[in-house]
Design a protein around this ligand. Sequence first.
Ligand code: FES
Length: 119
Amino acid sequence: MTDALPPSAADKPYFERHIFFCLNERKNGEDCCAQHQAQAGFDRCKLLVRQAGISGPGQVRVNKAGCLDRCAAGPVAVVYPEGVWYTYVDASDIDEIVNAHLIGGQVVERLLVPPHLGH
Ligand code: FES
């Protein structure tokens, strides 16, 4: 016998959106997101989400992650529940992801990871 989730838990996720930033650092010299300003991207996203007042339950959560296994496209971040993968090079890219996607719900097409790029 399984217990059904209460309606509120089934109808609404705890966070509306989750963005995970790969911050993986490889000590052996192999390429990794940490070599491409991933920490700066994460820090800026976290700051902007807080400043926008959209951080927390029912809203947006910005999370650190280890290797997301799409290293060839690094640095990468992925937004759920949509499962949209982004790459970025500078602060203005992060600003656009926050404003367009995390706040506005619109995918930033120019920053999408090409589908064939993986490990
Ligand atoms: S090191 Fe970032 S996706 Fe693998």
